[in-house]
Design a protein around this ligand. Structure first.
Ligand code: PBG
Length: 328
């Protein structure tokens, strides 16, 4: 009988040993909390399909941002839910519009203690729910949309956003936003490019979160889940256009893409653990089918392991609390 000479189990024998040799960890500074702020809300409105997540009032938004800063999160990403929508999403440009007002309030609240980011996309603001404006034939008009994105970027920078997150997958969006920001004197406002964003069924709960009006799909601008090589094209275009960070989204069904991007990117890489990923774990856990906390930790660790420097996750504050309690 011959016994093994290599015994990897030695390093797994105790929690202390496993902690010592863990190759990846979850650290609050690597987490970004996505939040929703709803115009006219007088109290936080819980989301059915995302238990634990709410549409904030301006006040509860401030409180969530203050807590995020206190917990040492890396950033906070704001999404606005406006009361009125129109064909061109004009509320997105209004300095007093829900998103810009939210950014201003959060920036006032947290200053430079965490990075304040805002979603730069039209879908929350249009009455048809698309990420851009439409041609007479109902097709999303790339270049007409870019013109609005540029102005939106400036409005968000003026409200105090440290970083804008173009998520509409229009061709050339990073370049146009960069130019608009620079022309308006906002050279220091960074761009987190949603570089490889796939057309995903897992965005489902987000549509409730922003009361999306979309009928149909986003397949003419978001990427086809079948494609891997194309993600590299999207990333290299965004890098050429001046992206400060690049993102892969969703996260868990796209860990291969995340790994590919992490291997070639010379800027930091983010990944977005989206609404459906959150909802699936919460739903299975509430049925007692999986261990909630373990599943959350494992899911976020897998995204870090695949190559994400930063992770947008709706569990960001909870995970940071666990770190403080010594559970991570
Ligand atoms: C578009 C946008 C979406 C998400 C973030 N930005 C929705 C979409 O592309 O349909 C989804 C985020 C999530 O599902 O958690 N502004």
């Amino acid at each position: 009988m011959s016994f093994p000479t290599h015994r990897p189990r030695r390093l797994r024998q105790s929690a202390a040993m496993r902690r010592l040799v863990a190759e990846h960890r979850i650290h609050p500074a690597d987490l970004i909390l996505p939040v929703f702020v709803r115009e006219g809300a007088t109290e936080p409105i819980p989301l059915q399909s995302m238990p634990g997540v709410v549409q904030h009032t301006q006040d509860s938004l401030r409180a969530a941002a203050a807590e995020a800063a206190e917990l040492g999160l890396g950033g906070i990403m704001l999404f606005g839910v406006p009361e009125t929508r129109d064909a061109t999403g004009s509320a997105s440009l209004d300095p007093a519009g829900v998103l810009n007002a939210g950014v201003r309030a959060v920036k006032q609240e947290v200053g430079d203690s965490l990075v304040v980011m805002s979603d730069l996309c039209l879908d929350e603001f249009t009455d048809h729910g698309h990420c851009g404006v439409l041609t007479a034939d109902g097709v999303v008009d790339n270049d007409a949309t870019l013109e609005i994105y540029g102005r939106m970027g400036v409005a968000q920078a003026e409200a105090g956003a440290d970083m804008v997150g173009p998520s509409g997958m229009m061709d050339g969006q990073v370049a146009v936003i960069r130019q608009a920001l620079d022309d308006a004197g906002h050279q220091d406002t960074a761009i987190l490019a949603y570089a490889a964003k796939y057309s995903s069924a897992f965005y489902g709960p987000f549509r409730e979160a922003v009361d999306s009006q979309l009928t149909g799909d986003r397949k003419t601008y978001q990427m086809d889940p079948a494609n891997r090589r194309e993600a590299m094209l999207e990333v290299s275009l965004d890098l050429d256009e001046g992206a400060d960070l690049v993102m892969v989204k969703p996260a868990m069904s796209y860990l291969d893409i995340l790994r590919d991007v992490a291997e070639v990117s010379d800027v930091p890489v983010a990944a977005y653990q989206i609404s459906g990923e959150y909802a699936m774990i919460e739903a299975a856990a509430s049925n007692g089918w999986i261990n909630r906390d373990q599943a959350i930790i494992e899911s976020v660790l897998s995204i870090r392991r695949a190559g994400a420097d930063s992770v947008l996750t709706y569990w960001a504050s909870e995970l940071a609390r666990w770190t403080k309690e010594g559970r991570l």
